[in-house]
Every structure is written in structure tokens, then in C-alpha cells.
Unconditional design. Structure first.
Lengths: 469, 94
């Protein structure tokens, strides 16, 4: 797969122009249209490429790292003048009136935004099957899902159309599709990247991050998009934690006792052996509250989502379905505009927040979250990073997880990091054979807050790539 | 346990219409989910109170020029007239 540095080398040596790079990406996207990675390819790439070329010609080696690099954007981030729908009918045709902070930062670097990618509606799902518009096929096996909710972004990178796509991760939505598509996915520390211009799902959980072909590229994109933003009061410019070359890796084996595919476990153990050979230390740790991750998550997230999605009323954004009065218009718009999973989560969120239940559910979940945070803080006094498989299984087939709880269980290894705000990365650790197809599986590392550097260091030891800070 | 009556009430609060058939399915699915998530109460009991939420304020100074974004924002509304968003009537005469 093509990396940022591959493209940059060709741009700097003038072997290729930005326009040629971008046109190749667009042609590739059209050739692979049947995979359904993109909802739309932008029509202003020529102008963007011209700007990037000018910047590159002026600055040469000093040009920003992402100058002239084609990038795909998940459909829940605002790009001024372009449609953004969160793959929902309720925002059909909505044109973003401003740029998300991450988009503004990419534009400043001269990155070329090629189009918006498919996703589960409002990022609710783990397979991209909940998109209101189309299916996205797994790049390795088209009978399987690409994961989700950033499935279109993962497929766009996995299909080698773009070296970078932005995704968002509320419970695993970057790391799980990265694992299913054989690429790298980073969920940064909560607050490290501004959420301004990201359509909110679970505001205390959402975080934007990159999907890339290697670890180095994840670092390049993270550096480009991170930082304090006055427009997002939860953003921070935290102090980076120390990273040593040789780390102590904690493995919460209790979490893997059941439900994890045997081939996935074998690859996981083999990766740990490889890391030991490279001088890292591997120890067992107890992370007892982690098993409560999914139940806590499925209270907090729907609660926040039901509140965030109250704004879709057919007045300020998207189309309206007319009724005899305001309330009827309101209900009709939402009933026709929201898909099944979104409706289910809104009702669930309304339930856990309603008087009589708020203490038993929402408040309990928030207290449980605090217990998880405390336990994780203690764990990180003893180890540098935590390691688990990213997902319990390789990519599953379309329609295989029709029961909501079965789909929710997908997030078992990824949700704790969202609940506690810690950064996590998924990197490819090998392939498992299913019906003669080699399906990729990922290993996940989680670090203390603002410990992304540890994730890049340990992640590149798994992939075997040269990585220097 | 979430029953059909609960689903109807929640749907009304959330401004979502559900069909009779959907009410039944949702009651079953939501009961399963609520049963499953109830286990949070096993660990939340002796927890310290949740960290206090704080507001991050900024000075309300240096406003941008008026009307700078009005047209772009009006364009995103379902119906607009002049500089206003048009909404269905809220108060009836009878």
C-alpha cells in the first residue's frame, strides 16, 4: 500500500505532480466504486491540487508534511461548501457552512480532500451496514463487512485509494475497522484533537483520528490535527508522557478467557513473543472493571446521543416532512429521517435519562466510569501500555450480527479507552484463514493520557517498520 | 423490563412515531439491552462521586461583523424567507 512518504518523495523529486497524484486517487476510487467506500467524490480537487502544488513549489522540503497528499473524510465532519450527512437521510443534501477544525488544519497543510466516506448512520454501528445510503464491502473479502462505524474510511485506505482517511471513534469506530481492513487506526486521547465541526454522537466519548497504511503516517496526521482549540472547550494541549524504547506491556488475560477466536489469540500471543524478543517485558495485569465496559458504554452513549440528536427537528438542518402543525412535522421528519438503529438508541437514551431511571442507569454508569478510570490509573503506574486483540474475531459477514446485543459485543476491547479518555491504536498483527481468504486481524495498545508516542513506538515494533520520533 | 407502554411514552418524548409492530419489537429488544446494562450497578455502588463538571468560559469580546454567516446558515434550513427561518405554526387559534 502507498504511504505518505512514498507520495511525498515522488512529489519532491517532481516525478509526479499533485494533480497526477490526485487524479490517480480519483480514478482508483471510480474503478473500485463497487466497494462503496465513498458517498461522494468532491468536484473541487483540481483547485485544491493547484493550491498544494504552489505551496510545494514555493517551499520544497519545507512544505508541510501533508502537502499534496490525497485524504478521504468520514461523512460526519464538516467541509465548507460540501454535503455532509453522517450517512443519514435526515441530513440529505445538507451543505456544511464552515470547516471543522481538523479540516481547516488539513487545508492549511495543503492536503487534498478527495471525498466523503460511508459510515454507519450517525456513527452508530460496527459494520457500516447502518448507512442509510449504501453498503461498503471489505477490501479483502467482499462478502464481509469492513467494520464500522468508519467503514468507508477504512475501506478507502485498505483499497489503496488514499494513504490517509479521517475517522471518528466513540467506542471503537476507528480501531475496529482498521483491524478488519488490515491497516492502522489511532484513537487519540480525549480532547487531544478538536471536535469542532464533528457531528456529535457521544460528546464525552467522541474523538477524531487517522486511518493509515502504517504507524509513521498515523503520527504525521495526528501531529497535523491535534492541539487546543478555543472552539472546543474539551480540547487540551496535554503534556506528552515519557516514552522509553523498551516498555512494560500489561496483558489483561482475564478479558480474553471466552469469546475470542482461537486464531486471533494465537496471533496475539505470537506478537507478544515478538515484542519480548525485541526487549519489551510482558506481564499479566488485572483490569477487572473492563468487563463492565460494554454495559457502561450502552448507557452513556445512547444518553448523550439522544440529547445530541434532539437538534434534528426539520427546522435548521436538512429536509422537513410537513405535518399539520409543528409537533407533527417534528415527529414525521425524525421518523422518516432516522434509521432503525438510531431510533433504537434515541429511545434507549431517553429511557436511561428519564426521571425514575436516571439514578439506576445514567448516574450509575457515570460512577462506574469513575471506578474504571481509577483502576486504569493504577494499572499505568505498573505498566507502560496495555495490549489486547483489537477485535475478538476477524471481519464478519453481512447480516451476521442482526441482534443488537451481538453487534454491541464487537466493542469489548475498544470501549474502555473511550470511557476513560485514554489513547488507543490498532495495528495489523497477522492474517487468519477463513474459507481460503486471508483476513487481517489487529492488536490494540492503550496508553496513559497523552501517551500517543508510546503507541507509535510499540506499534511500529509490531509492524516492523522503521520509526523514529 | 421495558413494556409496550414504556416504548410509546419514550417515542412520544423523543418525537419519533413507532408503529404497533415496531413497538413490540422495540419493547423486547430494549428489555434485553436494559437487563444487560443493569450490571453497571454491581461496580458503581462504592464509587466516589463523579468528578465535578466545570464550564470553560471565554471573554465575550471581539465579535465578528454582523451577518457574516447569516446567508450560509439560512441555506441549511428547510425553509427560509428573507433573513428568517420559517417554521410550522406552533400556537393554534382554537
Amino acid at each position: 500500500m502507498t504511504s505518505i512518504s512514498d507520495i511525498r518523495a515522488k512529489l519532491l523529486s517532481k516525478e509526479l505532480s499533485v494533480e497526477e497524484v490526485v487524479n490517480a486517487a480519483l480514478q482508483n476510487a471510480k474503478a473500485k466504486e463497487s466497494y462503496g467506500a465513498f458517498l461522494e467524490l468532491y468536484d473541487d480537487t483540481k483547485e485544491q491540487a493547484e493550491y498544494a502544488q504552489k505551496l510545494l513549489d514555493e517551499k520544497g522540503e519545507e512544505a508541510p508534511a501533508l502537502c499534496g497528499i490525497p485524504i478521504a473524510v468520514k461523512d460526519n465532519m464538516l467541509v465548507k461548501g460540501h454535503v455532509a450527512t453522517s450517512a443519514s437521510k435526515i441530513l440529505d443534501g445538507y451543505v456544511a457552512p464552515y470547516d471543522a477544525t481538523v479540516i481547516a488544519k488539513l487545508k492549511e497543510q495543503g492536503a487534498v480532500l478527495v471525498g466523503r466516506t460511508n459510515m454507519d448512520e450517525f456513527a452508530m454501528g460496527s459494520s457500516t451496514e447502518h448507512s442509510a445510503y449504501q453498503k461498503t464491502l471489505n477490501p479483502i473479502d467482499d462478502t464481509r463487512v469492513p467494520g464500522g462505524s468508519s467503514g468507508g474510511s477504512a475501506a478507502a485506505v485498505g483499497l489503496d485509494i488514499v494513504p490517509v482517511a479521517l475517522g471518528s471513534d466513540t467506542g471503537g469506530s476507528i480501531r475496529q475497522p482498521a483491524s478488519f481492513c488490515g491497516i492502522v487506526g489511532l484513537k487519540p486521547t480525549y480532547g487531544a484533537v478538536s471536535r469542532y465541526g464533528l457531528m456529535a454522537m457521544g460528546s464525552s466519548l467522541d474523538q477524531i483520528g487517522p486511518l493509515t497504511t502504517n504507524v509513521e503516517d498515523a503520527k504525521i496526521v495526528f501531529d497535523a490535527i491535534k492541539g487546543l482549540d478555543p472552539k472546543d472547550s474539551t480540547s487540551q494541549s496535554g503534556k506528552e508522557v515519557e516514552t522509553s524504547k523498551k516498555m512494560k506491556i500489561g496483558v489483561p488475560r482475564d478479558l480474553m478467557k471466552e469469546g475470542v477466536d482461537e486464531d486471533v489469540l494465537n496471533h496475539f500471543e505470537a506478537s507478544l513473543e515478538k515484542l519480548k524478543e525485541q526487549g519489551h517485558e510482558v506481564v499479566d495485569v488485572k483490569f477487572e472493571t473492563a468487563k463492565y465496559g460494554i454495559p457502561v458504554y450502552y448507557i452513556v452513549m445512547p444518553a448523550e446521543a439522544s440529547t445530541n440528536l434532539a437538534r434534528y427537528d426539520g427546522v435548521r438542518f436538512g429536509p422537513r416532512v410537513e405535518g399539520k402543525d409543528f409537533n407533527e412535522s417534528f415527529s414525521k421528519t425524525r421518523t422518516e429521517g432516522f434509521g432503525e438503529e438510531v431510533r433504537r438508541r434515541i429511545l434507549l437514551g431517553t429511557y436511561v435519562l428519564s426521571s425514575g431511571y436516571i439514578d439506576a442507569y445514567y448516574n450509575s454508569a457515570e460512577r462506574a466510569r469513575e471506578v474504571m478510570r481509577a483502576e486504569l490509573r493504577e494499572i499505568f503506574e505498573k505498566v507502560d501500555v496495555l495490549a489486547t486483540p483489537s477485535t475478538a474475531t476477524p471481519a464478519f459477514k453481512f447480516g451476521e450480527k442482526s441482534d443488537p446485543l451481538a453487534m454491541y459485543a464487537q466493542d469489548i476491547f475498544t470501549v474502555p479507552a473511550n470511557l476513560t479518555g485514554n489513547p488507543g491504536i490498532s495495528v495489523p498483527m497477522g492474517e487468519v484463514d477463513r474459507d481460503g481468504v486471508k483476513l487481517p486481524v489487529g492488536i490494540q495498545f492503550v496508553a496513559p493520557h497523552f501517551g500517543e508516542e508510546r503507541l507509535f513506538t510499540i506499534g511500529s515494533d509490531v509492524t516492523g517498520e522503521e520509526y523514529t520520533k | 423490563m421495558v413494556d409496550k407502554g414504556d416504548v410509546e411514552k419514550l417515542a412520544e418524548l423523543a418525537r419519533i412515531n413507532v408503529s404497533q409492530e415496531e413497538t413490540e419489537t422495540l419493547a423486547k429488544e430494549m428489555s434485553d439491552i436494559v437487563d444487560f446494562v443493569s450490571q453497571v450497578q454491581e461496580i458503581s455502588g462504592d464509587a466516589k462521586p463523579v468528578i465535578e463538571h466545570k464550564n470553560i468560559m471565554r471573554e465575550d469580546g471581539e465579535p465578528h461583523e454582523g451577518g457574516l454567516f447569516t446567508d450560509d446558515l439560512l441555506k441549511t434550513a428547510a425553509t427560509a424567507k428573507g433573513k428568517n427561518i420559517v417554521v410550522p405554526k406552533i400556537i393554534s387559534n382554537d
